[in-house]
Design a protein. Structure first.
Lengths: 500, 135
C-alpha cells in the first residue's frame, strides 16, 4: 500500500512539473582559488547577482570586469573545477525568513545548523537592501533595557539606536550583549545574535546559556564560524539584518548584535585582496566604511504610517591593546550613535562590567530614558566625573577638606554600586530605587563593602513596601512627589533596620 | 610607454587591413608583426588573434555556434537550426560546429557565445530532480 502511495504521489508531482526551455546565460570557470572564482562569459550579469555552480554551490558576483566576473563562492569550493559551467540566476542573493526561525541556530545563508530539522518557508528577503529613508523614520524615544545598571543609567540605549560595544579581548563585550538579550524576556523584543568568525565552542556555550535563561524563545542565532569561508563571514551580518527586517516589517522591535565587526572587516579584506581590489589603509579596501555604514544604517525606528517597529543594533568591535584610533574602530565609532567603552584595567580591578563611564557616550539614548531614571542618573554622572578627577588628585595627600572627602566617599559608593555580576540583570524600577538612595546621599554612611548587601536588601524591602512608587514607575512611567516621599520613607525605615 | 590594450590592438589591425588585398595587405601584415614584436606583445599573440576573430565576427555578422547532440543530426534539422540562429541573432552567416555527446541522452544543446539553449534530456532530468527535491 505504501509503495503504491509513493508511486502515485510521485506521478502526481511529476505531472505538475513543467519544463520551459529558454536561452540561459552561462559562463565558464577560468580559475578558482581560496573561495574565489574567476568566470568568463556571463555578459549580462548584475552586480551582487547570485550564480550557481554545477555541484549546487552558490556564488555572488562582486567584480564585473571587461571580460570576466569575480565571484565569491558561498560554501565548499573544493569541488569546483576549471571549465565548469556557471549559470546566472538573475536574482540578488536572498535568505529565507520565517517566524519559525525563532529559537534556532542558522548559518550565514539562513539554513538551520542546530539539527532540529528544516524550516519550511516560502518567504525570503534579499540580503542587500537600501536602508529606510528619512520620511519613514521616527526619532528614538523608547528605551531598550539592558538590565545593566552602568548602561541603563549612564549610557542609555533607545530602540532604533546603534550603540557600539568596543574593547580589548577578554573585557566582557559579549557578556554585555548576552545580558542585554537575557533581559529582553517579556519585553516583546526579538533578538538576533550574529556570530562572525567565532569559535564554535564559544557559540555552543552561549546558546546553552541563552537556553537556560529562557532567552531562546525570542532569539535567533546566525553564525558564520571561523572554519567557514570568508565569503560566509562577509554575508552573515547582512543575513542577520534581513531576518531582523522581516520582524520589523511586522511592526515588532528587534535587537541585533554583531559579534564582531572587526572580524567581518578582516573577512572582507581577505575577499577584496583575493579579488585584486586595491588595498588602502591597513590593507583594507577603499569601501570598508561603506561596508559597515550600509549595514548599520539599516538599524532604525520606523513611524506608524510605515508600519512601526524598530531595529536596535549593538555592533561589537575588538581593539588591539586599547587602540581605538585604528582604522575599523574609528570608522564604526563615527557610524554609530555612541559607544560603550570597556577597559582591561577596570576589568582586572574588579569593576565589572568594565565600562569606562568617561569615554562611553550615547548620543541619542537620553531621550529614550524613562523619567524616573533620568531623575536619578543625572547627578550620578556628575558624581562619577568628579570622583575620577579627585581620585587621582587625592593620592598625593591625605589632608583633604570635608567637601572633597564626601565626594570621594560618594564616588567610591557609586563605583561599587555599578558593579554587577554576569547574567544578573536588574529591573529598571529596582535600578531607580538603588540609584536614588545613592545619589540622594542615603548610602553615604554605609560602609563601602556593605553597599552590595544594602542595595539588595533595600530593593527587596522597597518592592514590598513602596507599592505606590513602584506602580508609578513601572506602569505609568511617572515620577511624582507622592511616590518620592514614599520612597524616602521606605529607605529611612530600611536603613534603621539595616544599621541595627 | 603607454600600454596598448589587446582589444585596441585587434581593432587597429582590423581597421588597417579591412578592404585591402595583394601587396597592400602584405605590407599591413608585415607592419603589424613588426609593431607587435616591438611592443613585446608576441606572447599575447593568441589573445590578439581571439580578439581579432571576435571583431571580424561582429562586423561581418557571423555567429558561431556549437551544437551538441547524442546522434548525428539530419540535414533538415541542421537547416532549421541555422535558420533559427540567423533569425534570433540577426546574423548573415553562421559557423556551426557539431559535437556528439552520448551523455546528453537525447535532444540538442546549442551554445552561442555565453548563451546556452538546452533542450537535452539530461538537463530535463536534472531539472526534474531539483523540482522533486524542493517540493
Amino acid at each position: 500500500m505504501t509503495k503504491n502511495y509513493i508511486v502515485e504521489n510521485l506521478k502526481k508531482q511529476i505531472e505538475k512539473f513543467k519544463d520551459e526551455v529558454k536561452a540561459e546565460k552561462v559562463g565558464h570557470v577560468i580559475e578558482v582559488f581560496d573561495g574565489i572564482a574567476k568566470i568568463s562569459g556571463l555578459s549580462d550579469i548584475k552586480a551582487s547577482e547570485m550564480v550557481s555552480f554545477p555541484n549546487g554551490e552558490r556564488g555572488v558576483a562582486l567584480n564585473l570586469e571587461e571580460d570576466s566576473v569575480g565571484v565569491i563562492i558561498l560554501g565548499d569550493f573544493s569541488k569546483i573545477h576549471e571549465g565548469d559551467e556557471v549559470k546566472a540566476t538573475g536574482q540578488i542573493l536572498s535568505v529565507p525568513v520565517s517566524d519559525l526561525q525563532i529559537g534556532r541556530v542558522l548559518n550565514a545563508l539562513g539554513m538551520p545548523i542546530d539539527g532540529k530539522g528544516a524550516i519550511k518557508t516560502d518567504k525570503s528577503n534579499p540580503i542587500e537592501k537600501v536602508a529606510p529613508g528619512v520620511i519613514t523614520r521616527l526619532s528614538v524615544n523608547q528605551a531598550v533595557q539592558t538590565g545593566i545598571k552602568a548602561i541603563d543609567a549612564l549610557i542609555p540605549i533607545g530602540r532604533g539606536q546603534r550603540e557600539l560595544i568596543i574593547g580589548d579581548r577578554q573585557t566582557g563585550k559579549t557578556a554585555i550583549a548576552i545580558d542585554a538579550i537575557l533581559n529582553q524576556k517579556g519585553q516583546d523584543m526579538i533578538c538576533v545574535y550574529v556570530s562572525i568568525g567565532q569559535k564554535d565552542s564559544k557559540l555552543r556555550k552561549l546558546q546553552t546559556r541563552l537556553e537556560e535563561g529562557g532567552a531562546m524563545d525570542y532569539t535567533i542565532i546566525v553564525s558564520a564560524g571561523s572554519s567557514e569561508s570568508a565569503a560566509l563571514s562577509y554575508i552573515a551580518p547582512y543575513t542577520g539584518v534581513s531576518i531582523a527586517e522581516y520582524f520589523m516589517d511586522q511592526g515588532r522591535d528587534v535587537l541585533i548584535i554583531y559579534d564582531d565587526l572587526s572580524k567581518h572587516a578582516v573577512a572582507y579584506r581577505e575577499i577584496s585582496l583575493l579579488l585584486r581590489r586595491p588595498p588602502g589603509r591597513e590593507a583594507f579596501p577603499g569601501d570598508v566604511f561603506y561596508l559597515h555604514s550600509r549595514l548599520l544604517e539599516r538599524a532604525c525606528r520606523r513611524n506608524k504610517e510605515y508600519g512601526g517597529g524598530s531595529i536596535t543594533a549593538l555592533p561589537i568591535i575588538e581593539t588591539q591593546s586599547g587602540d581605538v584610533s585604528a582604522y575599523i574602530p574609528t570608522n564604526v565609532i563615527s557610524i554609530t550613535d555612541g559607544q560603550i567603552f570597556l577597559e582591561t584595567d577596570l576589568f582586572y580591578k574588579g569593576i565589572r562590567p568594565a565600562v569606562n563611564v568617561g569615554l562611553s557616550v550615547s548620543r541619542v539614548g537620553s531621550s529614550a530614558q524613562i523619567k524616573a531614571m533620568k531623575k536619578v542618573s543625572g547627578t550620578l554622572k556628575l558624581d562619577l566625573a568628579q570622583f575620577r578627577e579627585l581620585e587621582a588628585f587625592a593620592q598625593f595627600g591625605s589632608d583633604l577638606d570635608e567637601g572633597t572627602k564626601n565626594q570621594l566617599e560618594r564616588g567610591k559608593r557609586a563605583v561599587e554600586m555599578l558593579k554587577q555580576p554576569q547574567y544578573a540583570p536588574v529591573k529598571t524600577e529596582d535600578q531607580v530605587v538603588a540609584l536614588y538612595a545613592l545619589t540622594k546621599g542615603h548610602m553615604d554612611d554605609i560602609a563601602v563593602d556593605k553597599i552590595k548587601s544594602f542595595e539588595e536588601g533595600l530593593v527587596d524591602y522597597a518592592r514590598r513596601n513602596a507599592k505606590t512608587f513602584y506602580k508609578e514607575v513601572t506602569t505609568e512611567k511617572m515620577w511624582t512627589d507622592v511616590g518620592e516621599q514614599e520612597l524616602i520613607k521606605v529607605i529611612g525605615e530600611f536603613k534603621g533596620g539595616f544599621n541595627k | 610607454m603607454a600600454t596598448i590594450s589587446i582589444k585596441n590592438l585587434a581593432h587597429a589591425i582590423y581597421e588597417s587591413s579591412c578592404g585591402k588585398d595583394g601587396a597592400e595587405l602584405d605590407r599591413v601584415v608585415q607592419n603589424t608583426i613588426h609593431l607587435i614584436s616591438q611592443k613585446h606583445l608576441m606572447n599575447k599573440s593568441k589573445e590578439i588573434l581571439a580578439s581579432l576573430e571576435k571583431i571580424i565576427d561582429k562586423n561581418e555578422e557571423i555567429v558561431r555556434a556549437t551544437i551538441s547532440s547524442r546522434v548525428k543530426l539530419e540535414k533538415k534539422i541542421i537547416n532549421e537550426i541555422e535558420d533559427f540562429i540567423k533569425k534570433r541573432y540577426k546574423a548573415k552567416n553562421t559557423v556551426l560546429e557539431f559535437k556528439i555527446d552520448e551523455k546528453l541522452l537525447g535532444g540538442i544543446k546549442i551554445e552561442i557565445g555565453d548563451e546556452i539553449i538546452d533542450t537535452t534530456l539530461k538537463s530535463k532530468i536534472h531539472k526534474l530532480e531539483n523540482y522533486l527535491i524542493t517540493q
